[in-house]
Design a protein around this ligand. Structure first.
Ligand code: KDG
Length: 316
């Protein structure tokens, strides 16, 4: 059994050494990217038992991803490998001015062929939480069905569901389909973690409070609206603004939301209330922004305790 089970696609991620347009980049650092495995790795570093489920190509990239995630202490025993489709790839583009963009090479990838038959039903039923994102249902029809089936199995077994909409416009055919699919998932989730812009896109709402209300009206017990550097608004019946932590030099905000989700779930698994769990979420999210990769900057339990002032640093 695990504290948290996540499922989704992870790709090999190529990040250029220097900021600038991709066309003129010549050297890239290889790492990995996948919202759900980012959450799994973050939770594992914080000392939780986590399972990550996916489908990878039976190719060197798939092997690399599996070894890496497993090397972080995440249970990957149910991950499947297929000869019929390749592992997905993505490139990040960082500009010195302006925001980070991504380019995906994942259409028809191994993970996009996941179906409800590939789900690790026992593991879903015995986990405390099933963490899903809105990326998986965007990958293919069979992935959308797998996402819905995972939720049904979790609900029947009493496994709580946490859901991060993680809107990726490049993956959806239309905004309307995206909204319809993601709202249906919000309705089946216990914890919903939208970013403020995602909340505005999904709901007829503008302020963090309105977005949190919209999530709770649709059945979520807890809504946590992420506000970037400003922290988050958490609402479990009572809405509270929880300020964020200042990061002197944000290198890359991609991955911050995954760190945030992991920090929040870690807090809940430790028995913390919603506000205290949100503080942890803000802190883990802040760590994630300090590096170009998605996971390299994530803190260990000890580092997080030192950062939060709950433990003294031992530096030498
Ligand atoms: O949350 C970070 C993810 O967006 C990144 O790791 C890649 O999973 C990814 C995606 O689909 O964009």
């Amino acid at each position: 059994t695990s504290d948290v089970l996540t499922l989704g696609e992870t790709m090999v991620l190529f990040s250029p050494d220097e900021p600038g347009p991709t066309k003129h980049q010549q050297t890239f650092k290889k790492s990995l990217g996948g919202a759900e495995s980012n959450v799994a790795i973050a939770l594992s570093r914080l000392g939780n038992d986590v399972t990550w489920h996916s489908k990878l190509g039976a190719d060197p990239h798939g092997n690399y991803i599996n070894s890496f995630v497993r090397g972080e202490g995440v249970d990957t025993a149910t991950v499947e490998f297929t000869d019929d489709a390749p592992t997905g790839i993505m490139f990040k583009e960082r500009r010195a001015l302006g925001e980070t963009s991504v380019y995906y090479y994942r259409h028809g990838s191994a993970a996009s062929t996941m179906t409800p038959d590939d789900l690790p039903t026992d593991a879903i039923e015995t986990a405390d939480y099933l963490h899903l994102t809105g990326i998986t249902p965007a990958l293919s029809d069979s992935c959308r069905e797998a996402t819905l089936a995972a939720i049904e199995r979790a609900r029947e077994a009493g496994t709580r569901i946490s859901f991060d909409p993680n809107i990726r416009h490049k993956l959806w055919e239309s905004d309307e389909e995206m909204r319809r699919t993601l709202l249906a998932l919000v309705e089946k989730s216990d914890i919903v973690l939208p970013g403020i812009e995602e909340g505005r896109t999904l709901f007829d709402a503008d302020t963090p409070d309105e977005i949190a209300n919209a999530c709770r009206d649709r059945g979520a017990a807890i809504a946590v609206v992420k506000l970037g550097a400003e922290g988050a608004l958490v609402d479990d019946g009572e809405a509270t603004r929880v300020p964020g932590y200042e990061v002197e030099r944000v290198v890359d905000p991609i991955g911050a939301g995954d760190g945030f989700a992991a920090g929040f779930l870690d807090g809940r698994l430790r028995g913390l209330g919603a506000v205290e769990a949100t503080k942890r979420a803000n802190a883990v999210g802040a760590f994630a922004t300090t590096v170009t990769g998605d996971v390299e900057g994530l803190p260990t339990e000890r580092e997080l305790d030192v950062f939060l002032g709950e433990r003294e640093a031992l530096r030498r």
